[in-house]
Structure formats: C-alpha cells, structure tokens
Ligand binder design. Sequence first.
Ligand code: NAP
Length: 213
Amino acid sequence: MKISINMAMTLDGKVVRPDGKWYGLTSPEDKKQMDVYRSQSDALLLGKNSILMDNPVVKIRSIPNALNPRPVILLRQGTIPSDKHVFDESDHIPLIICTRGNMKEVKASLENKAEIFALDADEIEPKKITGILKRKGYKNVLLEGGPKLNFSFFEEDLIDRIYITLVPYLIGKTGLAGIADGMSPIPEFDQKNWTLTQSITKGNEIFLTYDKR
Ligand SMILES: NC(=O)c1ccc[n+]([C@@H]2O[C@H](COP(=O)([O-])OP(=O)(O)OC[C@H]3O[C@@H](n4cnc5c(N)ncnc54)[C@H](OP(=O)(O)O)[C@@H]3O)[C@@H](O)[C@H]2O)c1
C-alpha cells in the first residue's frame, strides 16, 4: 500500500492562515490537480481539525465519472458534527477510526453516517491505521492533512510520496504550521532526503512531486 500526502503551501512554507484555516489561496488549477490525485486514490485520510476548521468538500468535481476515494477519519478524542460535507458528498460511507475512550460518543453522534471502527487503545498509532487499511484492500491512500496528522505519519516513516502545490503568497507570521507539525524533529530527517520526480508550472503555482528515495 502506498501513502501520499497532498498539501498546498505558501512561499514561506505555511499551510494555515493566521485564523487557523486554509481557504482562498489556491487557484482552480490546484483544485483540478487535487482531483487528479484523489482519482488515483482509493482512500482519503482527513485530519479532525481540518474537518472542523475547513469542512472540506471531498467529492471529485473536475473529472467526469471518477470514483471518489473513501474518506477515512481518525478521532482520538471527542467526535465531529454530522453535518460536515465529508458525510454527504462521497460515493462511499466514510470510515471512522476511534479509540475505546470516545467510542460511545462517536457511535452516538455518527452511527448513521459512517462505519465506525474502535481500536482497543487510547492512542491512534499510524502503523495500526495502515494495517487496517491494508487489510481492507486499499492500495493508494491520499493523506490531505492537516500538519499534525501528517507529522504522525512522517514520524513513523510511512509516507511514500509528497505532492506540494506552491502558492504565490507569503504570510510571514510566526507559529503557523508547515506540511508537518510535531513536537520533535522527524527521526533522522537529515538522512532522508526526497527525490523530486515531477515539477509542473501552471500560472503562478508549481506542482511538485517528491518520492521517498
Ligand atoms: N494547506 C493545505 O493544503 C491544508 C490541508 C489540510 C489542512 N490544512 C490546515 O490545517 C489545519 C488543521 O491542522 P492540524 O494540524 O491542527 O490538525 P489535523 O492534522 O487536521 O488534525 C489533528 C487532530 O486529529 C486527531 N488525530 C487522531 N489521530 C491522530 C494521529 N495519529 N496523529 C495526529 N492527530 C490525530 C487529533 O485530534 P483529537 O486528539 O482531538 O482526536 C489531532 O489533534 C486546518 O485548519 C487547515 O486549515 C491545510
């Protein structure tokens, strides 16, 4: 199973606006490119905060007859509102992976909206997630952030490919996350450089693909 990350990033490396959301800084070309990546994936991993803050539309719109990847949401604590787009706009019922701590709460709020899989643990370890997704037969997983969820997968060396769109803005404010945001450096980050396998310029944006060496 292959896991790719897809993020848009400003010229100064930020993936979040000062208000903690991400909107309005990418072009229609980026949205088309995002649809291409989604159409090549069978599962779409989404971060809890990203769903709460951005309420992303996960349906592929620019590629006729493309099959949408199945949304997969990881909830370690609490739950999310059932009126988010992710529950209404996909071809598949989303899969929610939660913990023993929030299982009851998640079931009470989302039982009719998603398949719920509760881990017998309080943490959500990315390796367990990849195990579950592999067993379900997924081959190409696209992780669309946010930075905390990305970090937990980078930390365990589980990412095979990075798609980055460089958008022509510069925010400048300190403390805004980049594509991965954790409390410690990624282990041996300076021993693991990535190979640039594609670079496409469209208008003022660059679409970069980096693969694990
Ligand atoms: N520029 C872009 O392309 C782009 C794309 C996506 C998002 N974003 C931005 O990113 C912002 C949110 O990013 P974020 O980093 O705060 O949050 P996030 O990565 O979207 O979600 C993190 C949350 O997911 C839950 N979680 C469950 N399992 C986890 C695990 N194994 N590792 C880490 N988290 C896990 C945790 O919440 P609980 O412990 O509460 O369950 C955690 O706080 C959004 O507001 C959006 O604006 C930007």
